[in-house]
Design a protein around this ligand. Structure first.
Ligand SMILES: [Zn+2]
Length: 156
């Protein structure tokens, strides 16, 4: 390291780490889910294929061999997609801490964490009709749509 001043040395290291990180993202991006290259509000992040493994920021200062070995197990996701995936993983694993209050983007669909499936239901005259459990959120949404057409034929 060419700097004797520890403050300068840290600044140099930060810069060097940031550069290495940026280069890797440039070479390996974009987000695998939505294809974004990221921006200041939604940055690209490392996502480890094993969600229980957290990638420490220090990975960029690791020796090349060790770093590349770990980076091979990662994909790139933007912050938004990373969060979605983390929430999903939390749901599947019933990790309530991450789970929070998940509600589906679809009307009439909710996540049943005990069953690990999506539940569809519809209300009619103040009564809830249970439409079944589905592996896919979309399937549950379709079941809701079908029920809606039957129960509310005049509505769009
Ligand atoms: Zn994304």
């Amino acid at each position: 390291m060419p700097y004797k001043d520890p403050e300068k040395r840290r600044a140099y290291q930060r810069e060097w780490v940031a550069k290495r990180r940026t280069e890797w993202f440039d070479a390996n991006g974009p987000c695998v889910d939505c294809g974004t290259w990221g921006n200041t509000k939604n940055k690209l992040e490392l996502d480890h294929e094993d969600p229980s493994t957290k990638i420490a920021h220090t990975i960029w200062s690791w020796a090349k061999e060790r770093r590349e070995k770990e980076l091979k197990k990662c994909v790139i996701r933007c912050h938004s997609c990373h969060m979605n995936k983390t929430i999903q993983y939390g749901r599947v694993n019933k990790r309530r801490r991450i789970l929070g209050h998940y509600t589906s983007q679809y009307v009439g669909v909710s996540w049943d964490s005990a069953a690990g499936k999506y539940r569809a239901y519809i209300y009619k005259d103040g009564k809830q009709y249970y439409l079944g459990k589905f592996n896919l959120e979309k399937e549950a949404a379709m079941a809701y749509q079908k029920a809606k057409e039957m129960l509310y034929p005049k509505e769009e």
